[in-house]
Design a protein around this ligand. Structure first.
Ligand code: C2E
Ligand code: CA
Ligand code: CA
Ligand code: CA
Length: 275
């Protein structure tokens, strides 16, 4: 029992050490503007399966460390949030994603670019000014930009969220509710916030073919979105069977590994002939 206790102790110690190391590296990478290039944005297409056309992409950040390994956002976004480093990082991501949307726009491709925004960013009092100045400096059509928020971001401070979403809509950007259906959501979010898009959470999609409850929930979300004139996107589409079923159910807009993983801009440009 004593040995097990010791192992347990060193396990937590190792975890803590790893986290501190990551935090230190993150601080270093964000302290100099030049080092920010190690945060790469990959893009995952959003496809309309009725027309087989790419409608837009979601911007997803990755971190390339000293050893040239790509670190997943699940491993560093929480640390960036805890430390406040998500503010400069978020600004960098916003700038990169808007610049990319502007480049596609200049080449005649009206691709929307969805950008994830976390609670800490959303609560930052400079957030709206940052969005405004990035849109101005990149010269992107704000209608091509979609901000993805989760229900928990909205729940944190409803009055603040209402004001900020109002301000964002005034600039012309679109708002998507991400991971919809997870979290202890209330339908009043849909009523109270002027949303443009609902993103059906991957967990429902993943289980839809073998579990009638998930299928029923998806059908209800699609029907509600159609009734309220919101776009609806299914996430985590991994197979043709999923795609066919979703399309049959009236949700032709999809994102998932079946179409493409998140990939670097150059790869996306080649795959979808966006040059
Ligand atoms: P999310 O916003 O829900 O993003 C969707 C995640 O699902 C992405 O993971 C994507 O690669 C993955 N995914 C897409 N299609 C499939 C599929 O068919 N099957 C499966 N199993 N997974 C799929 P990723 O890139 O690792 O990002 C994880 C989370 O990290 C994101 O979840 C988001 O919450 C956060 N994140 C990523 N990039 C950013 C960012 O730029 N800013 C902020 N604040 N958060 C970010
Ligand atoms: Ca997202
Ligand atoms: Ca999601
Ligand atoms: Ca998520």
């Amino acid at each position: 029992a004593k040995a097990a206790g010791k192992n347990q102790y060193s396990f937590y110690n190792d975890q803590l050490e790893k986290k501190l190391q990551l935090k230190h590296q993150l601080e270093k990478a964000l302290s100099s503007k030049n080092d920010r290039q190690c945060f790469e944005i990959h893009y995952q297409p959003k496809v309309n399966t009725n027309t087989q056309q790419i409608l837009g992409v979601e911007a997803l950040v990755r971190w390339r460390n000293h050893d040239n390994q790509l670190i997943s956002p699940c491993d560093f976004i929480p640390i960036a949030e805890e430390t406040g480093l998500i503010i400069p990082l978020g600004e960098h991501i916003l700038y990169q994603a808007c610049s990319q949307a502007a480049r596609w726009q200049q080449r005649g491709h009206q691709l929307s670019v969805a950008i994830n925004v976390s609670t800490v960013q959303f609560e930052d009092k400079h957030f709206i000014d940052t969005v405004k100045s990035v849109i101005e400096s990149t010269d992107v059509n704000p209608n091509l930009i979609e901000i993805e928020l989760t229900e928990s971001v909205l729940a944190k401070n409803i009055e603040h969220a209402k004001q900020l979403i109002h301000d964002l809509k005034e600039i012309g950007v679109n708002i998507a509710l991400d991971d919809f259906g997870t979290g202890y959501s209330s339908l009043s979010y849909i009523k109270d916030f002027p949303l443009d898009t609902l993103k059906i959470d991957q967990s429902f999609v993943k289980n839809m073919l073998h579990d009638a409850t998930n299928l029923t929930i998806i059908a209800a979300i699609i029907q509600m979105a159609n009734g309220l004139k919101l776009s609806v996107v299914a996430e985590g589409v991994e197979s043709e069977e999923h795609a066919e079923k979703l399309s049959e159910m009236g949700c032709p807009i999809m994102q998932g590994y079946f179409y493409s993983r998140p990939i670097p801009e150059a790869e996306l440009t080649e795959k979808y002939q966006l040059s």
